[in-house]
Write a protein that binds this ligand. Sequence first.
Ligand code: COA
Length: 404
Amino acid sequence: MNNCHLLEISFDYNGQKQVITPVILQDENETILVDCGYPDFVTFLKDAAFSKGVNLDSITKIIITHHDMDHIGSLAALKREYPQIEIISYEFEAPYIEGVEKSLRLQQAESTLDELPGEEKENARQFIHFLKSIEPAKVDRTVSDNEELPWCGGIKILHTPGHMPGHISLYLPASKTLIAGDAVVIETGKLEIANPQFTFDMEAALSSVQLLLDYDIKNLICYHGGLFQGNVKEALIELVHSYRSKSSSVKEKAMQIRQLDNHKQAPLDLLLLADPSQQLVEEYIKRGKCFAAYSGENVVGVYVLLPTRPDTIELVNVAVAVDHQGKGIGKQLVNHAVRQAQLLGFKTIEVGTGNSSVAQLALYQKCGFRITGVDKDFFIRHYTEEIFENGMQVVDMIRLSQDL
Ligand code: COA
């Protein structure tokens, strides 16, 4: 962990002692700060950096893990004082950091205000007032999932949604270090999911922890808790297991993905979004396993797994209700399908999509699938009607697969 400085900042927040851990990464050309504390934290940051032999004047970039007030609070003030700083965030987070979109935390606080009892309502009002006071700052550069930044020995961006939909963590392969942001926190020496009350999607948060298991992590730095002491992999596995075993946990109730007992319950209208042939859909739901995503009583998404060869299973249909698309449900379904395939003991999961299905190709690759081939003229051979999508005729099937 050469040139990786943990800035432990202790302070009082609402009468309680708190500690946050922004990080500074350095090489001969760059000094990069990861997250920057609450509003009015510039002096804290200066002092903490100085104690590590770093002058805040030398900061060239700030990478923001997500737009919560304790991560971006001093961003605008830092940019004012050090205009050379380049502000970097995940693409999804930029409009919130810039104040173009209303902060998700603020939306959450406002939407629950009316349900709160008297005294809590007053605290919530103060919290809302505080959130509204967070100064926006312009993002100079956005990054995407799996992007590798060349600075400080290499920084890989990992999209780790859950606590917030656009949350990222930073993996430094050279030192096997993970800067987790709030993807995980340390509480009394143990890894935990950040406060469930502030975690937008618990299922996605757990999937993100599961994703971290793919990385060789020697040093794990949490914004709340600092450097983790212990075996990181074991602790991450234990964390996932502890949540998964609480199957009736309130924490997992936000959106539930369940297997349907009977193919007759399959939501045909949703399935037809992904495949216009009712005959083909009906055939594969009879032979496959159909899973549906529920928000309360409503089915908001679906997918089907169909065993095709002894060790191979195919994801034959993923669809999200039109008014719920673009909120990360598709990604959760695909990640869930991959885990199910793993649990069922398959070695490979495959999926196919049209040559024109740009968003679907992005989604599958973001979930770890790689393109393995092209089934030429598949849609001409198997469908009687010509299909058009994104201004292109769907003719070939792009085949993708993932080893489990
Ligand atoms: N370029 C790059 N990335 C893109 C993209 C594009 N053009 N379009 C989508 N993506 C990304 C999103 O940014 C997101 O990644 P991120 O989380 O890293 O930001 C990811 O793809 C999926 O987004 P998500 O919000 O999870 O998708 P969704 O809930 O809208 O569901 C479908 C995706 C495809 C399932 C949904 O649009 C759907 O039901 N479509 C109709 C049915 C269908 O076509 N099914 C697939 C059959 S092969």
